[in-house]
Structures are given as structure tokens and as C-alpha cells.
Design a protein around this ligand. Structure first.
Ligand code: FES
Length: 123
């Protein structure tokens, strides 16, 4: 039977409400990376916080990562818009390219990361 990925608890479920995000620092594939965790329509999603256009964090120019409709994630640098569910660009720029997903879980009122590529998570 395959071994489960190590779990890194991040926060209580109640701490991440719909349309909000939190960020954590982590060691991912042996390198420091920032993970963006969002909740959309009740479900949490996690991505490496790096735009597909240029190596910039989605919130590099402003604090929010959801656009004004609350339906999409938006990079504040040049405005690429992504679906929260898959991290896919739906903008003409970089259309179809995807943010890098990170495995996330929500269980017993806790959200965390559970991904074989992670060796440490810092809040
Ligand atoms: S760096 Fe994100 S849209 Fe250009």
C-alpha cells in the first residue's frame, strides 16, 4: 500500500473563509517557495505563488489575490486571471497555462498541506 504523504497542518478551517487567502512558506522540492492557499465555493485550493507570465507572486502589487468579481484569482502585476479551481489562465495572455498546484487537505476542521514534494512548512 502506498504511504500517505506527510501532513503539514496550516490553520483551522474557520480561519480561511470563502474568497480569502493565506500564504505559507515552505520547502518544496528542496527549495524555498511560497504557497498560496485560497478557499472558493467552500473548497480550499493551494498553488505555488508564482504567476505563469513572469516569476512574480500573484499579490506582488496588492494584497488581494481574488479579482473584483470574487470568481477568479488575478495576478496584480499584469492582470492575468485564473480559475481558482484549477489555477488555469483564462486571460488571452498565457491562456491555458496553469499555476502549479500543491496537494491540500481539509479534515476535522483543519486545513493543511500533504504533498510528497514538501519537506517543511513555516507559517
Ligand atoms: S507577472 Fe503575472 S500577469 Fe505578468
Amino acid at each position: 500500500m502506498p504511504q500517505a504523504a506527510p501532513r503539514f497542518p496550516v490553520c483551522q478551517s474557520a480561519a480561511l473563509t470563502d474568497g480569502r487567502h493565506i500564504k505559507v512558506s515552505m520547502t518544496f522540492e528542496g527549495r524555498p517557495e511560497e504557497c498560496l492557499i485560497v478557499r472558493f465555493e467552500g473548497r480550499p485550493y493551494a498553488y505555488i505563488n508564482r504567476c505563469v507570465h513572469m516569476p512574480r507572486a500573484l499579490d506582488c502589487e496588492q494584497d488581494s489575490v481574488f479579482d473584483e468579481t470574487g470568481r477568479f484569482l488575478r495576478c496584480s502585476m499584469h492582470g492575468i486571471v485564473y480559475t481558482p479551481q484549477s489555477g488555469t489562465s483564462v486571460s488571452a495572455m498565457c491562456e491555458g497555462q496553469q499555476l502549479r498546484p500543491v496537494e491540500i487537505y481539509e479534515e476535522d476542521g483543519e486545513i493543511g498541506l500533504a504533498d510528497y514534494r514538501i519537506s517543511a512548512v513555516l507559517r
